[in-house]
Design a protein. Structure first.
Length: 291
């Protein structure tokens, strides 16, 4: 008696079992879920079509040529003129701006001052860092330069240091012994509206500057050293071997002739990459912990 079916709430109405099966097939006698052939392709009722979101004709579905859709199913808008072309793709703001092509080594290659020219001396002794070398170096050091401190030793007209400021460096320090070159650095900083707090110029030799910074305990994230190729590197590298002017994990980049080679480890700094472009090479050193 426990398995007995519960009685109906309204016994006056007979129990009607719901089933998805239709009548058995006359030929095979098998029950099928599909409708018989005589009713399978019968048109749907209008009410059924509107309830299920189906439309009976093209005009009800797509609207007429004047752009009016079905009043009962006005779920979308139709273009009034079918022959009118669609709106063109809206171009981005930076796509409208035509970037100045880089055709000279005196131009800034990237950043907020992209394409701007720097004032330079016509003296043949001035050897600015080539455009290609700067692009390769800053592509490697982009994360270290951004929001960091950049020291440009033997700065010349300040091309590399200004490039670092353009790419997001907070402070650019320029060290140059020539008074005339220092005047070019200051003019370029003024032309680009770089404030004094972001760019500082020291008219002195590299060794006295490093000796003074060792006493003052000033450090930079990236140091770029680009002396004349015929200079003696040992005295300057002696300071960097003690970790002078470099933060922990700070980077020293030396620009030199491609035929010159430096030791892999010099005191507190260790070389981790060398890039050669023609007759010029860049050696990347990183400050390591001696403990």
């Amino acid at each position: 008696m426990e398995n007995r079916r519960t009685p109906l709430q309204n016994p006056s109405k007979p129990f009607k079992q719901r089933s998805n099966f239709q009548k058995p097939d006359e030929r095979t006698g098998v029950y099928r879920k599909f409708q018989p052939r005589d009713t399978k392709f019968q048109p749907r009722d209008n009410k059924l079509g509107s309830q299920t979101g189906r439309f009976q004709d093209k005009e009800e579905r797509f609207g007429n040529r004047n752009g009016t859709a079905d009043s009962q199913n006005n779920r979308f808008q139709i273009r009034k003129n079918f022959s009118q072309p669609r709106d063109k793709k809206i171009s981005k703001s930076w796509e409208k701006e035509k970037r100045t092509p880089i055709i000279s080594d005196m131009q800034i290659t990237d950043g907020k001052h992209y394409g701007k020219y720097l004032q330079s001396s016509t003296s043949p002794q001035v050897r600015p860092t080539a455009q290609r070398i700067r692009e390769v170096m800053f592509r490697i050091l982009l994360r270290r330069v951004r929001a960091g401190r950049f020291l440009d030793l033997c700065a010349g007209i300040g091309t590399v240091g200004i490039e670092a400021l353009s790419r997001g460096a907070l402070i650019g320090t320029f060290v140059e012994r020539s008074a005339r070159m220092c005047s070019f650095i200051k003019k370029n900083l003024q032309t680009l509206n770089i404030k004094e707090g972001h760019g500082e110029v020291f008219e002195t030799e590299v060794v006295p500057f490093l000796k003074q910074m060792e006493k003052r305990r000033r450090f930079w994230d990236v140091v770029f050293y680009n002396p004349p190729f015929d200079v003696n590197y040992d005295e300057v590298l002696n300071y960097f071997s003690r970790g002078v002017a470099l933060k922990p994990k700070g980077v020293l980049v030396i620009e030199h002739h491609s035929e010159m080679f430096f030791p892999e480890k010099i005191g507190a700094i260790r070389r981790w990459r060398v890039v050669v472009q023609g007759e010029t090479a860049l050696s990347f050193y990183e400050k390591i912990n001696l403990s």
